[in-house]
Design a protein around this ligand. Structure first.
Ligand SMILES: Nc1ncnc2c1ncn2[C@@H]1O[C@H](COP(=O)(O)OP(=O)(O)O)[C@@H](O)[C@H]1O
Ligand SMILES: [Mg+2]
Length: 251
């Protein structure tokens, strides 16, 4: 079953067609990748799916429900968790508090405003910290973490929202090859254990080929190829646009 279904999605910024009438289906429990050069429209697509930007045209269905036009917090509560290309953490809170804040944000509805927030969701928070391998850094300030650990924390923050679909925007951006490999293993492991569907954007081709069962290639807001890793690897159009492209933008 398709957990996410996108039909004719379109978004322009001034004269720039960032997403140009795009169709995409994500099957439940599988890992999908969207690749494409900088400016192809990948982040915009994520912003449209998660409700951060309104679309100009088209519809987004999640678990069969039309979620087009819903605000981001409602979409998050329905089960779409997303991370951003640029890390989105509270740098002055500890690693523990960052995850805890995510639980409170998602599940804390109805809690007393001045209740002792520090005591809430402690067990759940520890469980997530173990999952993403940050239990030893629980007390460190999030702002002092190395790039790879920050991304792990982000993943933890998203997992705390209890998603069925994870949208990860360039999850290995800025990482060394070793950190990249570790992060990919972690994403795979978590996706399998929690039977999550994952849609992620990526620049490094080897990462994509090692993790995704299905790859969609975007250029100028449109899909130029879609299929299994072997088909994509052999695709001439893909090879052309990818020649010399191997870094993520810092936007
Ligand atoms: N908020 C915005 N305002 C204006 N233009 C934008 C905005 N977000 C993205 N764009 C433009 O849309 C196009 C797609 O960008 P983006 O989705 O960030 O691509 P990618 O993530 O694939 O690098 C680019 O031309 C970019 O400059
Ligand atoms: Mg992007």
């Amino acid at each position: 079953m398709a957990i996410l279904e996108i039909k004719g999605l379109r978004k322009s910024f001034g004269g720039v067609m960032a997403v140009a009438g795009l169709d995409l289906e994500v099957e439940d429990g599988h890992i999908y990748s969207i690749i494409g050069p900088n400016g192809a429209g990948k982040s915009t697509l994520f912003n449209l799916i998660s409700g951060y930007y309104p679309c100009d045209e088209g519809r987004v269905f999640f678990k069969g429900q039309d979620i087009t036009g819903l605000p981001p917090h409602k979409i998050a509560r329905l089960g779409i968790g997303r991370s951003f290309q640029v890390t989105n953490i509270f740098p002055k809170l500890t690693v523990f508090e960052n995850i805890q804040a995510s639980f409170i944000y998602t599940r804390g509805k109805g809690l007393k405003l001045f209740s002792d927030a520090g005591k809430l969701f402690r067990e759940e928070t520890e469980e997530i910290l173990s999952k993403v391998g940050l239990i030893d850094q629980a007390g460190e300030l999030a702002g002092t973490l190395a790039a790879g650990d920050r991304k792990r924390l982000e993943l933890g923050i998203v997992l705390a929202t209890g998603p069925d679909l994870l949208l990860l925007d360039e999850p290995t951006c800025g990482m060394s090859p070793k950190e990249t490999a570790n992060t990919i293993d972690l994403i795979k492991e978590i996706a399998e254990k929690e039977s999550l569907a994952v849609l992620f954007t990526e620049h490094k081709m080897d990462v994509v080929f090692s993790i995704a069962v299905h790859i969609t290639v975007m250029n100028f807001g449109a899909i130029i190829a879609a299929g299994k890793p072997d088909d994509i690897r052999a695709n001439e159009k893909v090879q052309q646009i990818y020649f010399g492209e191997d870094r993520c933008s810092s936007k």
